[in-house]
Design a protein around this ligand. Sequence first.
Ligand code: UT7
Length: 335
Amino acid sequence: MTTTYSRITGLGFYVPDNVVTNDDLTQYMETSDAWIQERTGIKQRRFFTYGKDTNASMATAAARMALDRAGLEPKAVDLIVYATLSPDYYFPGSAFLMQRELGLEGCAVIDVRQQCSGFVYALSIADQFIKTGMYKTALVIGSEIQSTLMDKTTEGRNVAVIFGDGAGAAVVQATTDPEHRILSTHLHADGRYAEELYLKDPGSSREDHFINAGTADSADSSVVMNGNTVFKHAVVRFMEVINEGLSANGYQASDVDLLVPHQANIRISEYVRQQMGLPEEKVFNNIQYYGNTTAASIPIALTEAYEQGRVKSGDLICLAAFGSGFTWGSALIKW
Ligand code: UT7
């Protein structure tokens, strides 16, 4: 009996055209280009334009690029797995809206709320459904509009300078070729740290309707992050989950051709690179240009790496993420 695996056959991304530099942010808050670059590596990010971009429209653009590169019409898709922490509506999820924009009524959609690890979780879900034979072609999405969720004053500056907007997509298809496939995925979470990086409203567990309760203007309606705690856990969990993927497949760090980490902070990526003993060219970073785009960061980075010829047939590619939840995960791919 032949074994079914899954394989990424197309990649795409979309970022809004509104470039916001570090200097631009100094209009709203006390910060500086030097502080932001030194602490995070970020030079600029993209913020969406109201009336032009939506979470689902950005995902649709990324999906169309990925489908085109896979040589597929949208109608080939039988599963959408869509990761975002910033959906267009409270419900239903943005997967439904993108499905409608692509004219894919009837196919299965799954919304994933795993924040910075969202794309790795979504990829894993697609991989499992394809390996069981239930679906053949999945669209895996990470898309975020975070610029409207942040307090862009000095009070919220530790969050507001980091996050950006954008979307990335991967087409994942069934294959019987054991040499070019997703080798394994590894997922973890620890809800004890849920409030270390979270957005409280619009939450349902309160006495009154959240707007009646006067929360719309309060700090509860902006992202809150304990950056130091997140940072300390991130560097440990990144290493753990990368090593878990490598050892599950009999590989060592030196076998990795390209690590594409979630673009959280360049200092986190650099720490992981040094721990793994990898040269700089084996770790892909583009946080400089897009900031931290949460669920979108890995598919945007993977697409750019592919476009730059840094993802080649037969390469061992490692994706790894850590973020709010806490969640963390990795995917090892033989390209
Ligand atoms: O995507 C996954 C989730 N997120 C992450 O992985 C982020 C992980 N954490 C981080 O990247 C870092 O913790 C930050 C970049 C968020 C912050 O860097 P830090 O080195 O941990 O700085 P800090 O929070 O310890 O703040 C140091 C100082 C403080 O001033 P005082 O108290 O020392 O006077 C802050 O008020 O820097 C100040 N500060 C800023 N100054 C200028 C905080 N944010 C800013 C800012 N501009 N934007």
